[in-house]
Structures are given as structure tokens and as C-alpha cells.
Design a protein around this ligand. Structure first.
Ligand code: GLV
Ligand code: MN
Ligand code: MN
Length: 416
């Protein structure tokens, strides 16, 4: 078979077209960002656009009961397909590439196969999964976790956002409460192309990365209940200041992550910090904060969680507050298939690309698929220190095309 090439211009214009959906102007930088928070009207519009592109590419589209969308290119009777995809929901302050590159890259692979009238001995499927980011409903990789059976459908349906709106109702509202079985039959293999979202590849002058796996992720939503009081009249010794308790928790997390006690790669972030009522002259009676812990070592992660829980108990005693911690997401360290990694590495080598193996710092749908079938990922470097979850997120047309070119070569081999 003649060596196929993707259409880099078509890939780029698809990325730029999708980026217009949910586009907003970042006030601070003046840059255009993307806000396609899961199951909002903008996500619905993005989904409809990509679904239309799937249909125009002649793919057979199905929507499952958690709103995951699969698009199949026929091949090889009823053999298991090779699956490739990612997500099109974004964080509210996102860019054009996170997730979109994997979905539109896989679509570009399907378009390329079609244009060349290639017949394959297995079907090829492109997918996008619901609420990968976890920014709205608090649980990341929600759609792919349901697809592989890690999270039961009814449990996922019942999750509510901060305004009390439930996943099932919101899926229905945007027209993506599908009828197909949410449990995905094991594909032959899964490959996802994604931006690295960090500085490592670019700093090392690497053109691409072969992803070896994903580190453990632990998210909690923590509610600290103190006592509201007047800021001017209440002596310091008589306060139960939920804001101060939240701040102490934040500092403790940071100290833990930088202490080296949980390994050099431990990360801890308090990204959400919401004191109530949030007014200048009122001691906060309540604070809601988020905890994001990451660690490539499962045992070190478990120890960090345990130590943080003990710290919260101590904080309750010391400050007279009550603390309720709710785990909203938890995934262990995932190792990707060495066989699929070897295919990716060989294709990169054959194409003359400079690459390295790298563990993912971010969560991905691929880590869920890894429990079903041999899985690995291709990382594309990003500019500006690989900044992501931000309007400055940027990979060049050449970088994107390189990653998707390897996706094509690898998919062709895996399709057999
Ligand atoms: C997903 O983007 C994550 O938070 O890792
Ligand atoms: Mn992503
Ligand atoms: Mn993301």
C-alpha cells in the first residue's frame, strides 16, 4: 500500500473552526480562549459540529447513554475496531487543542483513509467522550469511565454541578442523551493524540512523545464550616474562621508536595477557594475548597491522602471548625501497553522524528481505555512552556500535523 499522508491544512482548519465554538476574549491578555464546559450550550454546539463532520466523512455515528459519541468507518466485518479519540469539552478558560487535537486528529485519519479508498481488515472508530475535564461535575474522564464500567451509569447521571443541575438532565437538554449501550465492547486497540500540556518535550527539543502512562489523580471537595462573625467586633481569639482554616490547608498541601516525602513528582493544588459570604467585613463562616493531588507512585499517593486527612482532623481540633471532605475523583497510576508504545516509537523513528518516552501529568480518556484494551498515547509539544488550560495554549500547525501523521501510521498498522 502506498504511504498515506494526512492533510495538514484540513486538520488545522478543523481545529480553528471548532475553536470558534465557545470562543471568548480573555480580558487580561486579549487572547481568544475556548469555553466549552461539559454539557453546556457551547459543548452541545461543538458536539453537533463535530458530529456533522463525522457524518460528512461517511462515518456511522452512534451516541451512547452517557453522551459519548462514536463514529465508525467500516472494515473487516465484525472484528473489534481500532479506536482513537479524546474529548471536545474544555475547561472554562481553555484553548483550542486540549482534547480537540485527539478528536479531530482521529477524524483526519478517517478522512485520509477514505480519500485513498483504503479498505482495512478491521473497522476504525473515532470517539469523543463526555466531561473529560471534570470542571463542571467534579469527576474527570466521566464519559470514558462509564464506558469502561468504572463508574456506573446511574451514579454518573446523578452527579450535580454547583447549581444543582444533574448530568442526565443536562445531557438531555443539549440533545446528547443517546440510546446506545454505554458499556463499550473491548476495542482491538486505542490510540490517542494529545498535546503534552507541560514544558518537558519543548525544553528537550523533542518533536513528539510516546506516553508511557498516567500518574495517579486524587480530587476532593472540602467544606469547612466555621462561624460567621463581624470582622471589626470579634476578637481574634473568639473566631472560627473558615477562611483561615482553608488557607492553612492550602499551605500544608504545598509543603507536603515540596517536602520530597512523597517523591519528587508529588503535586498538590488548591485551585478552588470559595469563602462564604466572601465580603470584606465578615469572618467567613464557611469555605469550600478543592484539593488536587497527583503522584506517579500509588503508595506515595495513598500516604499523602492519609496524611492530609490527619491534618484536616488536627485542623478541626485546633480551630474549632468542622471539615467534610468528599472524594470526587480518584484514579490510580496507569501503565500503557508496551506493544502499542513500541508501534508508536517505531513509526516516529521511521518518520525521522526526534522523540522521547514521557509519563502524562494530566488525566486522559486513554487511561480509562487502558483497562479495556492495549492503549497508548502520542504527545505533541506545546509552545510557551506548554501552557494549557489557558487561552495561550498553542501547538504549531507543524507540531499538530506531526502527531496526527504518527497517529495515521500507527492506526494503519494496528488495523492490519
Ligand atoms: C485533565 O485535564 C486533568 O486535570 O488532568
Ligand atoms: Mn485533555
Ligand atoms: Mn484538560
Amino acid at each position: 500500500m502506498k504511504k498515506l499522508s494526512i492533510n495538514a491544512d484540513r486538520l488545522w482548519s478543523s481545529l480553528m473552526e471548532l475553536a470558534k465554538v465557545g470562543a471568548y476574549k480573555d480580558e487580561r491578555t486579549g487572547l481568544m480562549g475556548v469555553n466549552r464546559l461539559a454539557l453546556t450550550a457551547a459543548d452541545g454546539e461543538g458536539r453537533r459540529l463535530v458530529k456533522k463532520w463525522f457524518e460528512e466523512a461517511g462515518l456511522q455515528v452512534r451516541v451512547d447513554r452517557i453522551g459519548n459519541v462514536y463514529a465508525r468507518r467500516k472494515g473487516g466485518g465484525d472484528k473489534e475496531p481500532v479506536l482513537s479519540g479524546s474529548h471536545i469539552d474544555s475547561v472554562p478558560t481553555g484553548g483550542a487543542f486540549d482534547g480537540a487535537l485527539g478528536v479531530l486528529g482521529a477524524l483526519e485519519v478517517a478522512r485520509t483513509l477514505d480519500e485513498a479508498r483504503v479498505t482495512t481488515s478491521r473497522p476504525f472508530e473515532v470517539a469523543f467522550f463526555t466531561e473529560e475535564e471534570g470542571c463542571r461535575f467534579g469527576t474527570d474522564m466521566l464519559g470514558s469511565a462509564v464506558a469502561v464500567g468504572r463508574i456506573p451509569l446511574e451514579k454518573a447521571y446523578a452527579i450535580k454541578d454547583k447549581n444543582g443541575l444533574a448530568v442526565k438532565d443536562e445531557l438531555e437538554k443539549i440533545g446528547f442523551l443517546g440510546t446506545h449501550d454505554e458499556r463499550l465492547a473491548a476495542p482491538h486497540a486505542y490510540v490517542e493524540c494529545h498535546i503534552e500540556q507541560g514544558p518537558i518535550l519543548r525544553a528537550a527539543n523533542m518533536e513528539l512523545g510516546v506516553v508511557t502512562g498516567v500518574q495517579a489523580i486524587s480530587w476532593q471537595e472540602v467544606t469547612i464550616q466555621g462561624k460567621s462573625a463581624h470582622a471589626g467586633t470579634t476578637p481574634m481569639g473568639l473566631r472560627k474562621d473558615a477562611g483561615v482554616a482553608a488557607a492553612r490547608l492550602c499551605v500544608r498541601m504545598n509543603e507536603m508536595a515540596t517536602s520530597g516525602r512523597y517523591g519528587a513528582e508529588m503535586r498538590a493544588t488548591m485551585g478552588g477557594f470559595d469563602p462564604y459570604p466572601g465580603l470584606v467585613n465578615i469572618v467567613p463562616g464557611r469555605a469550600r475548597v478543592t484539593v488536587d493531588l497527583r503522584n506517579p507512585d500509588d503508595a506515595a499517593m495513598a500516604q499523602a491522602e492519609k496524611d492530609l486527612a490527619a491534618f484536616m482532623k488536627q485542623l478541626e481540633k485546633d480551630m474549632g471548625v468542622t471539615i467534610e471532605a468528599r472524594q470526587t475523583a480518584r484514579t490510580g497510576r496507569v501503565h500503557f501497553s508496551t506493544d502499542v508504545q513500541a508501534v508508536l516509537a517505531r513509526k516516529m523513528k521511521d518518520a525521522g522524528h526526534v522523540f522521547q518516552h514521557i509519563i502524562s501529568g494530566a488525566g486522559h480518556d486513554a487511561q480509562e481505555m487502558a483497562s479495556l484494551c492495549p492503549t497508548a498515547m502520542i504527545f505533541v509539544p506545546g509552545e510557551y512552556d506548554g501552557i494549557s488550560h489557558n487561552p495561550r495554549e498553542y501547538s504549531t500547525p507543524e507540531q499538530c500535523a506531526r502527531g496526527v501523521g504518527i497517529l495515521l501510521d500507527s492506526v494503519v498498522e494496528l488495523l492490519g
